[in-house]
Design a protein around this ligand. Sequence first.
Ligand SMILES: C[S@@+](CC[C@H](N)C(=O)[O-])C[C@H]1O[C@@H](n2cnc3c(N)ncnc32)[C@H](O)[C@@H]1O
Length: 272
Amino acid sequence: MATQQQSVGWYGGIDTSRPHPARMYDFYLGGRDNYHVDREAAQQVISSAPDVVDSARANRDFLRRAVGHLAESGVRQFLDIGTGIPTSPNTHEVAQAVAPGARVAYVDNDPIVAAHAAARLLGTGNTSFALADLRDPGALLAMREVTRMIDLRQPVAVLLTSVLHFVADAEDPAGIVGTLRDALPAGSHLVLSHGTDDFHADRVGEALAVYRTATAELSLRPYDRVLDLFDGFDLLAPGLVRVPLWRPDGPPPGPDELASVGVYGGVGRKAA
Ligand SMILES: C[S@@+](CC[C@H](N)C(=O)[O-])C[C@H]1O[C@@H](n2cnc3c(N)ncnc32)[C@H](O)[C@@H]1O
């Protein structure tokens, strides 16, 4: 299944006229792979909702802990959808630190992520990148860049971290997750995080307006709606929680650290 060959999918022109969520997120994380239009939009979001920076970092830490936990539990295949502009440690770095042969297929619909993937995600031979859209999960699963890395007869961890809030209700996020779930064998996992306005609804209005000018709108969702996305999966302890509370490396975060994080996260296991 794994090959030493590396590849990226086809990608077209990069639109620098409108802010892109991937490049704005890169800016929140302190990255440099963003353009003026992204920085301007990201600064607007930060000035109205400064918590976005802590939320982005906490989300990234959640991804690292969740992937590390799954690799240590024996998971050897990871499908990371909406991967974002590479930011170390990336999924393959975490998984392969535990299991050098672990395979990772990265997927994103942003051409700039594809451009960076070629240089920064594909170095080990056990990774691939597909330029594909989560909103067409059947086509995504059939792409060669996915199938040559991921064997759907063996358990897979599917990562949907901070991506489903870019899928509108009308695009049926639960149906999309259901299609992915139905394609997975029992024992597979779903790693999911999702932005919410449960805590600071008063602060997010302007942020939502900024994202309306971007290439993908933001749909923050309440706890129960995020929980529904785990239909067909049994949540591992501690369940769906604000991301700093998911198996923290050290002592549990206090109220101050939690107060600035508006992202839920959890890991579910597909039952037999
Ligand atoms: C906020 S970043 C999250 C990056 C990473 N998953 C993480 O948690 O750190 C969201 C990413 O999802 C991608 N994205 C948004 N909508 C998508 C879609 N419909 N299909 C695939 N990728 C999408 C964006 O291009 C961006 O790279």
